[in-house]
Design a protein around this ligand. Structure first.
Ligand code: FES
Ligand SMILES: [Fe+2]
Length: 360
């Protein structure tokens, strides 16, 4: 099932250069992204109305794009402004356009009902230029349904098994249950991991064989993972009484990652991510090392998830047997599927989900 009424990440801002249209598949549909002369982004169906050639093979001319098959020119709003050799422009010679927002170095496209596109609902990811963090980026293509990647991020108990090599995660990740709570656009999952190996073993954290890790993430619509992690000397979790550390408690290391899961079709997905240390804990070299480790780890996920997809595709009638670690998945999936309901029904469903008592 693909959900239309959400803001999806269609790419990094730096991928979209002035004067160069960029094709992206979103929910199985070809979309062309391009910049107007003032730099603002246009998202339109990547299909010329004439003979259905891709406009991404076209040429940007100021605030319009020209199809380079037979030369029809379209304004940023989708209206055809010129048909070479013909004065009359049919009223239906219009290309569909999509609401688009450029925020925090991601280009977000709304594929749903235009009157429901509310830019305030774009997920609050971190900008690459945020002075509090040193962030590097990556992206991966998946031959898998997007829900399998969402499910992976909503259950970090897999770190103990999938990421023992890359992150060096021990069994505390699978043996410790997080506190999971509903938030307006998704779920929040937080916990202390007590006496864990430092992940990542960098900076001051590298001087400790075990640390206490405070890890908390918001997983918000339509699949945006915003994770903060801070490493403290062993004993800190007990000193905090198991409660979240105060903002001014000095840590050995802290980092932030923003990740976005975008269905490119019913069977393929693109995964965008940034990661890096807090500015007071690391520099560009550390950020590069971290993103290299993350890319290794995310390829471990990819191997498992694509193999999982092949097994599921072999017999889609088979149903999973949930565990207590799956509650965040159940809740988020329900919230996601509510997005394409009638707005009144959607709001009622959101309230019901928020009231559900959950614990991972
Ligand atoms: S296909 Fe675009 S002008 Fe003919
Ligand atoms: Fe993973």
């Amino acid at each position: 099932m693909l959900i239309r009424n959400c803001w999806y990440v269609a790419g990094w801002s730096y991928e979209l250069e002035a004067g160069k249209p960029l094709q992206r598949m979103l929910l199985g549909e070809p979309v062309v992204l391009w910049r107007r002369s003032d730099g603002t982004v246009v998202a339109m169906e990547d299909r010329c109305v004439h003979r259905l050639a891709p406009l991404s093979h076209g040429r940007i001319e100021g605030d319009s794009i020209r199809c380079l098959y037979h030369g029809m020119r379209f304004e940023a709003g989708g209206r055809c402004a010129e048909i070479p050799g013909q004065d009359m422009i049919p009223p239906n010679a219009c290309v569909r356009t999509y609401p688009v927002v450029e925020q925090n170095d991601w280009i977000w496209v709304w594929m749903g009902d235009i009157d429901r596109a509310d830019p305030s609902r774009v997920a609050p990811s971190k900008a690459l230029t945020d002075p509090a963090w040193v962030l590097k980026t990556g992206q991966l293509h998946y031959e898998a349904h997007y829900e399998l990647i969402n499910d992976n991020l909503l259950d970090l108990t897999h770190l103990s098994y999938v990421h023992a090599a890359s992150f060096g995660a021990d069994l505390s990740w699978s043996n410790t249950r997080a506190k999971v709570e509903a938030i307006p656009e998704g779920v929040r999952s937080s916990r202390w991991l007590v006496g864990s190996p430092p992940i990542p073993p960098l900076g001051k954290a590298a001087e400790h064989t075990t640390v206490d890790i405070w890890t908390t993430y918001d997983f918000v619509l339509p699949g945006v993972f915003l994770l903060y992690t801070a490493l403290f000397p062993a004993g800190t979790a007990a000193a905090c009484g198991g409660l979240p550390p105060s903002d001014d408690l000095p840590s050995l290391h802290s980092n932030f990652t923003s990740q976005a899961v975008t269905p490119t079709s019913g069977t393929t997905t693109t995964y965008y991510y940034s990661w890096g240390p807090a500015a007071q804990h690391g520099d560009e070299a550390m950020a590069q090392l971290m993103i290299d480790i993350a890319t290794m780890a995310f390829n471990e996920d990819k191997v498992m998830i694509e193999a999982q997809q092949r097994v599921i595709s072999a017999d889609p009638s088979r149903r999973p047997v949930p565990t207590t670690a799956d509650k965040a998945i159940t809740l988020f999936t329900r919230l996601m599927r509510a997005q394409d309901k009638d707005p009144v029904e959607r709001d009622a469903e959101t309230k019901t989900i928020a009231a559900m008592e959950i614990a991972e």
